[in-house]
Design a protein around this ligand. Structure first.
Ligand code: ADP
Length: 377
């Protein structure tokens, strides 16, 4: 019925974007610029719009049965959506140290939503949940067992809601039952990750204990030799917090080119800027390396799926990623790759045994479906 976002909460230039989606309203979007000092004010403003008499979307808060929350980290405890009660909240606070940048904000969202929609169930859908099917030899780090047992230090993986959504949509599109569908899902947004999906289940993913591992991202380094952290400390007198900021916020495309936005990097690349050329080559190489690895661990591959901002929109990146994939019986059709039509697109050549798909991700829809699934159960 309606779509929107409260943007830049707690910063200058905050705003609410609000789009009415009903047939009569023909996608009316309004952007309301106003100070949103905290999450409470953001969500309250959203609620005001939902209950606005003139807009006529909802009559009262009791019409909302449930609020679905994207919670980044569910630890090992949560492998499916859950109704948040006092016990669950306590559990979530306990694992907040695993995602200190994300989980506290997600928990704040749950608290505020329960005040704004007091009659609704608050349901948490976890970004880690889809990857809970990874085997133990994939999710363990080769460090003494006590750090896993006592502190929960292991691979969790993220972007699960997106990988789950696009792989289900792709299986459906290919007319293969999800439980028989093998794919490599490549989510390239500001954050980037890949998942090896066997029989509809995640068996490996590029992010690890936190969303820092794996692919090169907007501001995150992805995989590095862990000794780099020690040397930065020793040689540059950096504290752990400083190294954390460097690797999470100042690295990746931003560290390599000065810009974390892929469109800027592409425009510099097209002007033959040396730093942008190196960044794009590195970005693509890392993805190709994981495609090779995942093709081997999957054995049989039905599809390679591109999704999120870069994956859905950048023909250049898809072309470079798919160069030389004949070894895994996969070949891109360069003309089809330029197709900008919305929705799911098929990009492989007639010779290719593996489908190459663009599947637009829709994490909100996946969350809504999981929430309604839990309500019905
Ligand atoms: P998030 O991870 O925040 O959900 P998105 O999926 O929206 O991110 O992806 C954001 C990234 O997608 C940005 O780096 C942006 O530059 C890139 N992007 C968006 N549109 C295009 C495009 N047409 N070509 C290349 N990159 C694009």
């Amino acid at each position: 019925m309606v779509d929107g976002i409260a943007d830049r909460i707690g910063e200058n230039g905050s705003s609410i974007k609000h789009t009415l989606l009903s047939a009569e309203s023909k996608d009316q979007t309004t952007v309301i610029k106003e100070p949103l000092p905290d999450h409470q004010s953001g969500l309250s403003k959203i609620a005001d719009l939902l209950f606005d008499k003139e807009l006529g979307i909802l009559k009262s808060s009791s019409e909302i049965l449930a609020v679905g929350h994207r919670v980044v980290h569910g630890g090992e405890k949560f492998s499916s959506p859950v109704v948040v009660d006092k016990g669950v909240l306590e559990d979530l606070y306990k694992i907040s140290h695993l995602a200190p940048l994300h989980n506290p904000a997600n928990l704040k969202g749950i608290e505020v939503a329960s005040q704004v929609f007091p009659d609704a169930k608050q349901i948490a859908v976890f970004d880690t949940a889809f990857h809970q099917t990874m085997p133990d030899y994939v999710f363990h780090y080769a460090i003494p067992e006590t750090y896993y047992k006592d502190d929960g230090l292991r691979v969790y993986g993220f972007h699960g809601t997106s990988h789950q959504f696009v792989s289900k949509a792709a299986a459906n599109y290919c007319d293969i039952p999800t439980e028989k569908f093998n794919a490599i899902s490549i989510h390239l947004g500001n954050g980037c990750s890949m998942s090896a999906i066997k029989g509809g289940k995640s068996i490996d993913t590029t992010m690890g204990l936190t969303p820092l591992g794996g692919l090169i991202m907007g501001t995150r380094s992805g995989d590095i030799d862990p000794s780099l952290i020690l040397l930065l400390g020793k040689n540059h007198n950096m504290t752990f917090d400083e190294v954390d900021t460097l690797l999470n916020k100042e690295s990746g495309l931003k560290g390599l080119t000065g810009s974390n936005d892929f469109r800027d990097v592409i425009s510099k690349y097209e002007k033959k800027d040396a730093a942008a050329i190196l960044a794009v080559e590195m970005y693509v190489y890392r993805i190709r390396k994981y495609i090779g690895a995942y093709a081997v661990v999957l054995g049989h591959l039905d599809a390679i799926i591109f999704t999120a901002g870069v994956g859905e929109n950048s023909a250049l990146i898809r072309e470079k990623v798919c160069e030389g994939l004949e070894i895994i019986h996969t070949e891109l059709d360069n003309e089809k790759n330029k197709n900008k039509a919305p929705g799911i697109k098929e990009l492989q050549s007639l010779k290719s045994k593996v489908k190459i798909l663009v599947v637009p991700t829709n994490e909100e829809l996946e969350i809504a479906e999981q929430v309604s699934g839990l309500l019905i159960a």
